[in-house]
Design a binder for this molecule. Structure first.
Ligand code: DPP
Ligand code: ZN
Length: 851
């Protein structure tokens, strides 16, 4: 297949004044009639009338009422048309029941639903399926089903959306659904009907999503001045969905796992995701829908910005530092991993074969970091002013990153051309710091290096905002957070310590660099363990307190993993880290959620990368063993305080999902994990037996599965068999938490379980994701873990290429491992590459990973 390139963009030959669609729904033979008013586009350079269309059975086509016979290919049709306004009418037939790819119109548990982003509308009817063609839509739905929904406002079974939109925001739902309803009054006093549509029986699990929706609507008004713009806002929960959720205008469609919640069935983490994703999709109404993307290369224009907005929202609703740490953990786990391997790409890619493969951590999460850096450079007021200008200037348009940046250049009277490299250079910059003391003067040198990535051997210096502070040896802050601009390979800073120390230069000074993780870079701060312990104890920046603890733990673990754990120096280091954690825990003023993060060990994947960064070859089994052993040792060393947390923080039987209660449960369950060993499961057994909410039940279950307590897993299964979303958790945890020696067998057994409905993406991701999340099992030296995943990817690819392609990133780190494992991983990739009927989606991923 030929790649699509950013450089080749040309506008469509026609503009559209209106679209009218009539659906006559039938499971295997749905008819779609379209009536579209086209008008020549004065900006077009090529007059060809090409409409996308895939898998459509064309029944008839007319231009201005006269039958025409277009030339139909696999990807669309071409037709001779007047060089003047005309009306196009077509009728096609499609088969929703047979649509297992879940793109276009498909069926999920008896209901009809759609997913059109990025290029699904072309599976519904012939259309210029590209985001820069925007039009108002009117939709008629003919069906006996009781509930029929589309975008915009309703008049009987006809829906009209007055706001011009691209086809990827089209949506249709029909089914036997019930609504959880509410209302919202906008700041200007307009009433909006709110509905969350679910299958009968689920209506009592919608309250939290509704509450999150109303808070999101208010927040967007106060923080960005954005109001809702239709008289109804509908959300529908569906069980079979490729992504998390979709921001279709006025009719958001959600994966049911991000809507439905009750204390008994959803964890605190689920609640937090529901809040964030409801907000994210709602915020798209302005950043994505009212202003959309000119082409798919600009995906980060809406996604990076909207992720940034949902992160701000969650930070405002919960604890901002705790949210920030969580976001950075995700960024490092997914985006840094992507950026360091064969799939590295720009925040704004320059070419793709299948756009679905670019809904990535780089476009989303690094894209959000770029917005955060822009705000850091400009400050809150100019950032808000730039957003205001963007909304005013570009409302109703399909835009580019250039349009976005120009608004900020204008309000701030600044040149962002170097900043723009964040969009066009892949790879995670590495920042190194060094310093020396010269009497009362501190010389601090920062340097940066952007590593080569596929197709980009040479890089220009990035513009990196480094927020830093200075602490004296007694823990007092002598320089509060200050923004430094690392915009060249090196930056030398000079501080007068006498001045900063109020007349006396402190004996010892510790820099606190990259506060709040002010840029998505890898920092080598070259701090001694003692200095990091000092930051853990005293830094005013919560992020860097956490970072200090994390790097101390990581260092101890890596030493042990690489066989240096028994040296006297390392033994002393471990004692020192333990007592630093102990001291930290005595601070009564700390938020339990924050303590829980400090006490959470780096993941096996994080440690694998740390071993690679140390120039060594990782052994996943040793990494898992050392990590478990060290957790038990820390649990033992902190036994008193952990036990106290466990006893004192019990929030009681009345579950509430707020951040404070969730934080207490998080710390309590972190304590449980550290205090438990396979030899001592009493506490976990008691918690499992007594739990009244899913957070506590699942935390206990994870410990028990790790301790090889199969009865607990069976009891959980018996209790929750009927609940799809809870069973997804069970599939996942049964493999992810299983002892490495057994996880693969468990995965194989579960793939034959009667409830393993593999075509359901959530279920598939639970089982496969569970194995991938257990690196010691996935990377079993026999290669059986790779073979198992490869077999399932090939099978899934035949039904749902998008879901198969996403999961294939399990192999992106193959270069990290020893020669034997590399050969086995490549063998698995090659087997996928040569599978008959391989999709464009999975084919592109495999060939990029293969390199
Ligand atoms: N539904 C996906 C999201 O909201 C793609 N737009 O990010
Ligand atoms: Zn989004």
């Amino acid at each position: 297949p030929q790649p699509t390139r950013l450089a080749d963009y040309t506008p469509f030959s026609f503009e559209i004044d209106s679209v009218e669609l009539t659906f006559t729904l039938h499971p295997t033979a749905t008819r779609v009639r379209s009536k579209i008013a086209f008008r020549p586009n004065p900006a077009a350079t090529d007059p060809t009338f090409f409409l996308h269309g895939e898998g459509l059975n064309l029944i008839s086509a007319h231009i201005d009422g006269t039958p025409v016979t277009p030339r139909v290919t696999d990807t669309g049709l071409i037709c001779a048309v007047p060089d003047a306004p005309f009306t196009w009418e077509a009728e096609v037939q499609i088969n929703p029941q047979a649509n297992t790819a879940l793109e276009g119109l498909y069926m999920s548990n008896g209901m009809y639903c759609t997913q059109c982003e990025a290029e699904g509308f072309r599976k519904i009817t012939y259309y210029p399926d590209r985001p820069d063609v925007m039009a108002p839509f009117t939709v008629h739905i003919d069906s006996d089903l009781p509930v029929k929904l589309s975008n915009g406002n309703a008049d009987g079974d006809t829906w009209h959306d007055p706001w011009p939109k691209p086809a990827y925001l089209f949506a249709l739902v029909a089914g036997d659904l019930v609504a959880h309803s509410d209302t919202f009054t906008t700041a200007s006093g307009a009433d909006v009907a709110l509905n969350i549509w679910v299958r009968p029986g689920d209506e009592d699990k919608c309250a939290y999503a509704m509450d999150a929706l109303k808070r999101s609507m208010r927040w967007d008004e106060t923080e960005y001045g954005r109001e809702y713009d239709l008289s109804v806002f509908n959300i529908v929960a569906v069980d079979d969905f490729n992504m998390g959720a979709m921001e279709n205008k006025g009719l958001n469609i959600f994966n049911s796992k991000y809507v439905l919640a009750s204390p008994e069935t959803a964890t605190d983490r689920d609640y937090a995701f529901i809040e964030a994703i409801v907000a994210h999709e709602y915020f798209h109404n302005w950043t994505g829908n009212r202003i959309t993307c000119r082409d798919w290369f600009q995906l980060c224009l809406k996604e990076g910005l909207t992720v940034f907005r949902d992160q701000q929202f969650s930070g405002d609703m919960r604890s901002a530092p705790v949210e920030r740490i969580g976001n950075v953990l995700q960024l490092r786990a997914r985006q840094f991993r992507e950026d360091a391997g064969p799939l590295a790409h720009n925040v704004r890619p320059e070419s793709y074969i299948e756009i679905n493969n670019f809904y990535t951590a780089t476009v989303y999460e690094k894209g959000a970091e770029v917005i955060g850096m822009l705000r850091t450079y400009l400050g809150a007021d100019l950032y808000r002013a730039g957003c205001e200008l963007y909304f005013n200037r570009h409302d109703g348009q399909a835009c580019t990153i250039e349009d976005w940046l120009a608004c900020f250049e204008e309000v701030a009277a600044t040149d962002l051309s170097q900043f723009k490299r964040w969009y066009s250079q892949a790879g995670t910059p590495k920042v190194s710091a060094s310093w020396r003391r010269d009497g009362d003067t501190l010389h601090l040198s920062l340097s940066q290096e952007v590593p080569p990535t596929p197709g980009q051997p040479m890089k220009e210096p990035a513009k990196i905002p480094v927020v830093l502070g200075l602490l004296a040896g007694d823990g007092t802050e002598i320089l509060p957070s200050t923004l430094m601009d690392l915009d060249s390979p090196n930056l030398d800073l000079v501080f007068d310590l006498k001045d900063l120390g109020g007349g006396t230069a402190p004996d010892h000074v510790v820099p606190s660099l990259l506060r709040g993780f002010s840029a998505p870079v890898v920092l080598d701060a070259a701090l001694s363990a003692q200095d990091r312990a000092l930051l853990l104890a005293h830094d005013t920046d919560p992020f860097n307190r956490w970072e200090a603890a994390r790097s101390l733990l990581r260092e101890v673990l890596v030493a042990e993993i690489t066989g240096q754990g028994t040296s006297p120096e390392q033994v002393a280091r471990r004692d020192m880290v333990l007592s630093a954690l102990q001291d930290f825990c005595t601070d009564e003023s700390l938020d339990p959620a924050f303590i829980a993060l400090v006490l959470t060990f780096p993941s096996e994947d994080d440690l694998t990368q740390a071993v690679v960064d140390a120039g060594l070859v990782p052994d996943p089994l040793i990494i898992a063993q050392v990590r478990d052993g060290r957790m038990a040792a820390v649990g033992d060393g902190l036994k008193d305080i952990l036990t106290r947390y466990y006893l004192d923080l019990d929030p009681g039987p009345d579950y509430t999902p707020d951040a404070d209660s969730a934080g207490k449960r998080a710390l309590r369950n972190t304590a449980l994990m550290l205090l438990s060993t396979p030899q001592d499961l009493a506490l976990a057994r008691a918690q499992f037996a007594d739990a009244t909410n899913m957070t506590d039940q699942l935390a206990a279950l994870s410990v028990l599965i790790k301790g090889d307590d199969r009865e607990a897993a069976q009891a959980f299964e018996a209790q929750w068999r009927e609940d799809r979303l809870v069973m997804d958790k069970w599939f996942m945890i049964s493999v992810a938490s299983a002892p490495a020696s057994e996880a693969l067998q468990v995965a194989q057994d579960l793939s034959r379980h009667t409830l393993f409905d593999w075509k359901n993406p959530n279920r598939f991701r639970s089982l496969l994701g569970g194995l991938i999340a257990n690196p010691a099992a996935f990377h079993d030296p026999s290669g059986a873990g790779y073979a198992f995943v490869a077999d399932w990817l090939i099978k899934m690819d035949g039904a749902n290429p998008q879901t198969a392609a996403r999961m294939s990133t399990a192999f992106e780190t193959w270069r990290r491992y020893d020669a034997d494992r590399q050969a086995l991983m490549l063998e698995a990739l090659d087997r996928i590459a040569t599978a008959p009927g391989l999709s464009r989606d999975l084919g592109e991923m495999v060939s990029r990973m293969r390199g």
